[in-house]
Ligand binder design. Sequence first.
Ligand code: A2P
Length: 352
Amino acid sequence: SGYNVAIVGATGAVGARMIKMVEQTSLPVNSVKLLASSRSAGKQLQFNGQALTVEETVPESFEGIDLALFSAGGSVSKKFAPEAVKRGAVVVDNTSAFRMDPKIPLVVPEVNPEALKLHHGIVANPNCSTIQMVVALEPVRQAFGLKRVIVSTYQAVGGAGNRALKELHDETEACLKGEEMEAHILPVAGDKKHYPIAFNALPQIDVFEEDGYTHEEWKMIHETKKIMCGGDMDSKDIKVTATCVRIPVPVSHSESVYFEVEDPKATVKGIQDALAAAPGVVLQDDPDHQIYPQAHNAEGSKDTFVGRVRPDQETPQAFHMWNVSDNLLKGAAWNSVQIAETMDKMGLLHVQ
Ligand code: A2P
């Protein structure tokens, strides 16, 4: 008994964390299959101290699979997720392939687990930056209502994959040796120009849209609305805007979040209390002792850390906070496995 689990993209930065999260899951697991491209077929990876051989992803890989976790890029998900569902697997997809499909739930278990009831085999995992922001905003909304959000992100290089992490490492080394830094991947693999990320900050994550926003910013805006406003990606109930910036930190995204609430009685203390009591949130907010969330400390944790809660000095019912989370865990691998655990508890971990 137990679930047969497949991890697609098992050799990647997120895939490595998916393996760890499946090792730690409360789900009953019967077997685990590690999938990637033909490039990695035959490679051995550890699962619970046991060596497993990575296989190439083909439609037949999903025969007998109950749960398939995808993190191998949007085109791989588009091609193989329907194949997995056809063979009876529930897919939790960490790419952007299905996030904006109105028939596919986009879920953060702390915020909108009820959306899982509408699934037809595929559930989408939101963008990493969106996830940690809505985990921190949901308790504020529940306590005081939420009208408007303006976020600026400080995003880790690991979100762009293992090759981008190597680029950060190589550029840092080159720069310290006084050599020329070479950029081939960031800001966006496949875009026309590339810039070093080492000792830099790049205000471009994903490609530019016609309106001057990047696609990452577009995702933060519309995913937040879809998750927090009952599935409506264009809802006017909460105004959201974003500026997304890549910084030379390997793992863990940080965000500066400005938010306006509905309740005129909202206070910093009230917001801190709501955050401290919220699932998935750890309040680290003590300026007198220089206590605040830091990317360096968040790595390896499933939680979202929040601090620097303070009122705006001029706008009433407006506040600022700083939130930090491991983008590869809560932002990706852990949220995906947590979705599967939540579906199991709700009796929904089967294709319906
Ligand atoms: P592979 O090791 O075979 O290239 P990252 O996000 O760190 O760049 O990792 C991307 C993941 O997606 C890797 O596990 C990679 O496997 C996998 N992947 C890339 N292309 C494909 C494909 N066509 N089919 C299956 N997996 C793929």
